[in-house]
Design a protein around this ligand. Structure first.
Ligand code: MG
Length: 158
């Protein structure tokens, strides 16, 4: 059996009046991510972990932000494309583990919806998808509510 592990990391700045979308779920908040796409930092980290497992670069390489086609795009469509790349390379996704670091708002009430949303897009069971959220105890850019970061680890098997 061929097993591949991949890691992804992404950061977006937060600004007043923008939509906040995490793992395909729109969350009510005063701030949202500044981005060329919908700014779904968690999905971007997951995409990078999948591409990382295959040593195929990152989503910036696959979907350049200089390309007008990706302006405001629903990041679930990007993830769908990346999942297709994984399948095209003969791998299936064993599991995904993602952590979002954000001071506010509380993400816990949204976690299960996020997992279900990801499960629909990735096509694996929700029990194979973990989404966790943490504050950074008011430390750093996440703690000052200037931005949000996300990390993801995925396992691929062939
Ligand atoms: Mg990003």
């Amino acid at each position: 059996m061929d097993i591949r592990i991949g890691h992804g990391y992404d950061v977006h700045a937060l600004a007043e009046g923008l939509r906040l979308v995490l793992c395909g779920v729109e969350i009510e908040h005063t701030k949202g991510c500044v981005a060329h796409s919908d700014g779904d930092v968690a999905i971007h980290a997951i995409c990078d972990s999948l591409l990382g497992a295959l040593a195929l670069g990152d989503i910036g390489k696959l979907f350049p932000d200089s390309d007008a086609r990706y302006k405001g795009i629903d990041s679930r469509l990007l993830l769908k494309e990346v999942v297709k790349v994984v399948a095209d390379n003969g791998y299936s996704i064993s599991n995904i583990d993602c952590t979002i670091a954000m001071q506010r708002p509380k993400l816990r009430p949204h976690i299960d919806t996020m997992r279900e949303r990801l499960s629909e897009v990735v096509g694996i069971g929700v029990e194979r998808i973990s989404v966790k959220a943490t504050t950074t105890e008011h430390l750093g850019f996440e703690g000052r509510e200037e931005g949000v970061s996300a990390t993801a680890v995925t396992l691929l098997i062939k």
